[in-house]
Design a protein around this ligand. Structure first.
Ligand SMILES: [Zn+2]
Length: 302
C-alpha cells in the first residue's frame, strides 16, 4: 500500500508513567485508544486510516514488549481483475503455557454507510467508533493489563482485517477470521486454541450483551465462563436471559469445531451508518467489557 505515515498519532501509552505497572483493566485507557483510532478517520481497506491503525496497534504492543506478527493473505472479490492483499495482526501474551486462547476483533471499518437514514450519505465510509474501533480499543488495553498481571493461560490477540469488506448479500465478509480458521494448522503448527472469544461493537454507551446463539448451541461453556464472571463482578450489561444469532468473526472457528463465542451488542441504531461515532460510545462500556474479559482469562477454567 505504501501509505505515508506522516501525522501518525503517538501511542497514548507513552504519556502514562504507570503504564505496564498497574493491574486491572482501565476503561479510560481503552477510551484513549478509541479516540486515537477515530482520529485516524475511516479505517476501511485501502484507506490511509487503516494503515495508521495497523501502525498504532503495532506501536502500542511493541511498547509493552509484545512481538507483533503479520498474517497476510490475498482475496479476489468476484468481478475484480486481481486479488487484494489483506493483513491480520497477531500478538501472543503469556508465559509459554501449553493452553492458550484467541481473543480477536476486527480493525477494519466499513467503506459504505448503507444503513444510513439519509440516502445521500450511504456511499460514505463510516467512522466505526463502535464497529471496528471498540473491540480494538479493548484489546489494546487488555494487552497492557495482561502484561502487568499475566494469566496462567496464554492469550493470542488477533486483529482481523476485512470483516466488513462485503456488500450486503455478498460472501466478502469476515475474510480475516476465515483465513485464520482455514489455515489454523499452518499458522499455529501443533497447537490448537482452547477457545476463541471475538469482540465486535462492545462500546455502545447503552451496553447490553445477549449470548450469541450459534455459540450457545455448540459450546455454551464459553458463554458460561463470561456470564458467570460478569455476575460475580456485578456487571448487569451481560443480560441474564436471551440469545441472539449473529454471524461474525467467531463463525469460521465454530465451523471447524473450535469452541468460540462473540461478544456483541447488536441492538445499536447507528450500525453501518455515519452516526457510528464516539458520541454513541463510552469508556464505561469499554471498561465493563474489558474487566469481565480480563477476569475470565485470569480466573476461568479453560
Ligand atoms: Zn460492521
Amino acid at each position: 500500500m505504501g501509505v505515508a505515515l506522516a501525522g501518525l498519532s503517538r501511542c497514548s501509552c507513552e504519556s502514562t508513567p504507570a503504564e505496564g505497572q498497574e493491574g486491572g483493566f482501565d476503561g479510560d485507557r481503552a477510551w484513549g485508544h478509541l479516540e486515537e483510532l477515530c482520529r485516524m478517520g475511516p479505517r476501511a481497506h485501502g484507506l490511509a486510516g487503516q494503515e495508521k491503525a495497523r501502525e498504532y496497534i503495532r506501536a502500542h504492543l511493541e511498547s509493552l514488549g509484545v512481538e507483533v506478527r503479520e498474517f497476510p493473505f490475498e482475496y479476489r472479490r468476484e468481478g475484480d481483475a486481481s486479488p487484494e492483499r489483506f493483513v491480520n495482526l497477531a500478538a501472543r501474551i503469556g508465559r509459554g503455557a501449553s493452553k492458550w486462547v484467541i481473543v480477536g476483533s476486527h480493525y477494519d471499518t466499513r467503506l459504505w454507510a448503507e444503513e444510513d437514514s439519509d440516502a445521500s450519505k450511504r456511499d460514505r465510509p463510516i467512522e466505526g467508533a463502535n464497529d471496528g474501533g471498540s473491540g480494538v480499543a479493548v484489546l489494546l488495553e487488555l494487552a497492557r493489563a495482561l502484561r502487568a498481571e499475566p494469566p496462567d493461560i496464554d492469550v493470542e490477540l488477533l486483529f482481523f482485517d476485512a470483516e466488513d469488506y462485503g456488500r450486503p448479500g455478498s460472501p466478502d465478509y469476515f475474510l480475516g477470521s476465515k483465513h485464520v480458521a482455514a489455515h489454523l494448522a499452518e499458522l499455529y503448527p501443533g497447537e490448537r486454541p482452547a477457545c476463541v472469544i471475538v469482540l465486535d461493537m462492545v462500546g455502545d454507551s447503552d451496553l447490553r450483551f445477549l449470548r450469541e446463539g450459534q455459540s450457545q448451541r455448540a459450546f455454551p461453556w464459553v458463554n458460561d465462563l463470561l456470564w458467570e464472571t460478569a455476575k460475580r463482578l456485578d456487571e448487569p450489561a451481560f443480560a441474564a436471559g436471551g440469545t441472539r444469532v449473529v454471524t461474525d468473526d467467531h463463525t469460521a472457528f465454530l465451523s471447524i469445531g473450535v469452541p468460540a463465542t462473540l461478544l456483541i451488542d447488536f441492538d445499536y441504531p447507528y450500525w453501518h451508518t455515519t452516526g457510528d461515532t464516539l458520541e454513541q460510545c463510552s469508556a464505561k462500556s469499554l471498561g465493563t467489557t474489558g474487566r469481565v474479559l480480563r477476569s475470565a482469562l485470569i480466573e476461568g477454567k479453560f
